[in-house]
Structures are given as C-alpha cells and as structure tokens.
Design a protein around this ligand. Structure first.
Ligand code: BG6
Length: 476
C-alpha cells in the first residue's frame, strides 16, 4: 500500500531563478555592469573561462564590449519588464515561494559606493511586493554570480578584504529595506563552487591562485557572518542561510585507500558548511592548508564573528553526483569519470535521485539544522509542437524521481523546509549562456542567438507540477 505524503503542511513548493540569467535590462535603471554581463555565447558551448577572458579583456580595454559577440545575460528573458506576467503564471501553478537574487550592480553600480542606487531598489520593491500580493513567499539570494565588474577590475575580487565592507554595506541596505517583507535569505549562491563567477579572481594576477581562492572564501565566510549579524539587528526570526552546490561524491571503490581519499575530498567540500553552520574552521582544513602551502589571513575579530553568527539553515542545489576518483574542481560537471550505475542528461550530467536522499541525510546528520533544496531540475532540449504544446516527460520523470527521494528523506527524519525547482521558467544557462538548455516549466520563445518573440508557453510539466503542489506531493 502506498504511503501518504511525507511533506509537512507548511512545506514550501516553488521555483528558483537568478537575476543575471533572467532580468536582462542590463543598462536600465542606473545599473552598472556585472561580471555576468560579459558572458558571451559561443556555439561550442564550453564551460570555463569565457567570462574570465571577457573580463580580462574588458579590464584591459576599459570596458569595451565586443560588438561581434552576443551576451545573452544582458537581455535574459526580459524578466525586468515581464516579472508581473511571469509571477502570475507561477502563482497559477500554485507556487508558494520564489527564489531570485538581488542584482548587485543594480543597487550598487560599481559596488564601492556609499549610497545605493534608488532606482535599482525600486525595482526590487515592486518585485517583492508583487510576490507578496500573489501570496508567494520570497526567498532572496544576496549574491548569485552578479558581482559588479568594477570590484574585479579595481579591487581584484573577493581576495581583497575590502569586499567584505562593500558586501556588508550592500547587506545593510537590503536588510533595512526588506526585513519586514523577506523572511528567507541566502548569502552566497553555491559558496563551495569556486569559479570566476563566485570569487571574481583573474588567475593571471596570482602566483598562488589556490591561496588567493581560500583567502577569497574566507572573506565570503566572514561577510556572510556579518550579514547574519546585520539581519539579527532587524529581526530575530529572519532565516539567513548559506548555500552549497552538493558535491559530496562517492568513493571510487571499496578499497580503503579510495575511501580515505574520498573522505578527504569530501571534507574539503563540507568545509564551507562546517564553517557556516558550526562557526569555526575544522582541523582537517588546517592540515589541507599546510600540505598545500596555503596561508589564510584572519583579521582579529574574524574567529569570534564566525563563532557568534552561524547560519540558520543550509540551502543546497542538487543536479548530479560524481565519483571521487577524478573529481576535478572545475565547473564543468561533465568533466569526470562516469558512474556505471547512472544515466546522464543530454548535457552529460549524471542523474541520481537516490543521491538526493543520501545528501539530505548526510547534511542533516552533520548539522541537525533545517535544509532547503533551492535548486534541482533538468536542462533539456524542448520541442514546441505545431499546436503550441510542449511534451516534456523526461523533465517530469526527473523531478518526480527526486521528489520521491525527498519524501523518503523526510521519512528518515530530515527536516526539509522546501523545494525550489530550477527553474519555473526558461532562462539563460549559467554555465554556457545558451537558451536551448531549458529547465523551465514555462517555455520562453527565445533562441541561443537572442531571436524569438519572447512569448511564454506552458509545458506539460507545468500542469504536472501544479498537481503535485495542489496535493502536497501526495500522489508522487
Ligand atoms: C547552478 C547555478 O550551479 O546551476 C545556476 O546556481 C545554474 O545559476 C544551474 O543555472 C544550472 O546550470 P546551467 O549551467 O545548466 O545553467
């Protein structure tokens, strides 16, 4: 006999996007350039250093964008202008929460100003008010790969301690303005997925890039503790969380050496949440730093700050799993040895629903704190039929299988606050800046070169998810 829904009544069902992949309007309302605005599309669709190259070039050429290149994130899906209609579709689907981010240079065009850009804030006033009017709980990410370009070109990104101050000022403005409207916050998107996107380091500027990276991470960990400190001055019940990209990988074999290798690799992934949730650096990290010639500089109050302001919950994204034998630290999820037991998505991401139950249990066993799945979904090519219908059973089955495992984890005793599907609506891909890698339940008529009417169409998965929400996951 099938068990009844495991999902609690107040479980938040919703969807997630990021400002830089959706808003567009990259020059409107006084917005400055972000590093995402430099991500140009190439038909090779490779991951890696495109953004970094573009940034480097721009730093050298004083911000001249190449007129022969197409930068999809500059126009996104025009969400800046269509948010009302898009949110209405999400509400009709039953969405109870919606995660997006504050586009940092919309509010601080260069990042180092003392006063924010009021016009940028007015946009978020409208956006958040609209969500609330529709009965949708906002879940706001403070930093989702949208660092003002100026903070890279002028300050060298997060390796520079000054970024802590700039970010804190940004947080002060946000918490002051939105503390009564927004309860759920995420400090940094996928703080453990280190890339140019997240820390803004130009490799060729550093002799010891790894050292610079961990210094940058330290600054982010301190900055998020400050964010929590600021938040708690406004409201004690605000939920400020950090976010991981789940990268806890399987050992390659049962050989003890492989187990140990895997344990140590995974520890350096847990490092980010260990510091965020437990408030101090773990011993294994010091050993890793010593063995790798890394010295992280602490300012006098850092230790105390980390200790005093741990995060309230742990958010994470979950797409695929890997093995710990040739797990590289690059962003490219296809850059791996493969797991013979799993099938892959069209983009080579290995699909592993059971791994989500394991991840939820692992994090909960480790921290006993509430968890929030803030990204999970399938990127795929979709076909629009002549009658405008879009049949995407592959997406439905991906989401279904993952939700089944979330239910199992809840039965295991794990506390899960909610599930934000990536994405309720098609947006520009983060890694490859293509439009044809579609995650949405709502189709957006726009192609990789930016052609198309921008019209929204509802996929089969939209109606399926609507039913899942309506029944609180009862029929999975
Ligand atoms: C996550 C990011 O890593 O993966 C999102 O937080 C991103 O911004 C998502 O879109 C999927 O990656 P991609 O490259 O397929 O868009």
């Amino acid at each position: 006999k099938r068990q009844r829904s495991a999902f609690p009544q107040d479980f938040l069902w919703g969807g997630a996007i990021a400002a830089n992949q959706a808003e567009g309007a990259y020059k409107e309302g006084g917005k400055g350039l972000s590093i995402a605005d430099l991500h140009f599309y190439t038909s090779e669709k490779t991951y890696g250093s495109m953004k970094e190259d573009a940034a480097l070039k721009n730093v050298k050429q004083s911000l001249v964008l190449d007129p022969n290149k197409y930068y999809p994130k500059q126009s996104g899906i025009d969400f800046y202008h269509t948010y009302k209609e898009d949110l209405a579709l999400m509400q009709q689907m039953g969405s109870q929460c919606f995660r997006t981010s504050f586009n940092w240079p919309r509010i601080f065009p260069n990042g180092d100003e003392e006063q924010p850009n009021e016009e940028g804030l007015l946009f978020y006033d409208r956006l958040i008010d609209e969500m609330l009017a529709l009965g949708i709980e906002p879940l706001m990410t403070i930093s989702h790969y949208e660092m003002p370009l100026h903070l890279v070109s002028q300050y060298g990104g997060w390796a520079n301690r000054k970024l802590v101050d700039f970010f804190s000022r940004f947080c002060e403005v946000l918490f002051e303005r939105y503390h009564s409207k927004v309860k759920y916050w995420i400090t940094f998107n996928q703080i453990n997925l280190i890339s140019f996107n997240s820390v803004g380091l130009l490799r060729d500027r550093y002799e010891n890039y790894q050292q610079a990276t961990y210094q940058a991470i330290h600054h982010q960990l301190v900055a998020q503790a400050m964010a929590k400190m600021i938040a708690s001055q406004y409201r004690s019940d605000l939920m400020v969380g950090t976010m991981l990209s789940d990268k806890i990988a399987y050992p390659a074999t049962c050989k003890p050496e492989d187990q140990l290798f895997s344990l140590r690799k995974n520890q350096m992934q847990y490092f980010f949440s260990d510091v965020s949730m437990r408030g101090h650096y773990p011993g294994y990290a010091f050993r890793y730093f010593e063995e790798n010639g890394i010295q992280v500089e602490f300012a006098p109050d850092d230790e105390q700050l980390l200790q005093q302001y741990p995060m309230d919950y742990l958010a994470f994204s979950y797409y695929y799993t890997k093995l710990n034998d040739s797990f590289k630290d690059s962003f490219d999820p296809t850059d791996k040895s493969s797991n013979p037991y799993l099938k892959s998505s069209e983009w080579g991401w290995e699909i592993d629903p059971l791994g989500l139950r394991i991840a939820l249990n692992n994090y909960y066993d480790r921290y006993e704190c509430p968890l929030f799945i803030t990204e999970n979904g399938l990127g795929a090519h979709d076909v629009v039929e002549a009658n405008g219908e879009i049949h995407d059973p592959y997406r439905i089955s991906y989401i279904n299988d993952h939700l089944v495992q979330i239910a199992e984890a809840i039965r295991d005793g794990v506390e899960v606050l909610g599930y934000c599907l990536w994405t309720p609506i098609d947006i520009v891909s983060c890694g490859t800046a293509e439009m044809s890698k579609r995650y949405g339940l709502i189709y957006v008529d726009r192609d990789d070169e930016g052609q198309g009417s921008g019209k929204r169409l509802l996929k089969d998965s939209y109606f399926w998810y609507k039913d899942v929400i309506r029944t609180n996951g009862d029929k999975l």
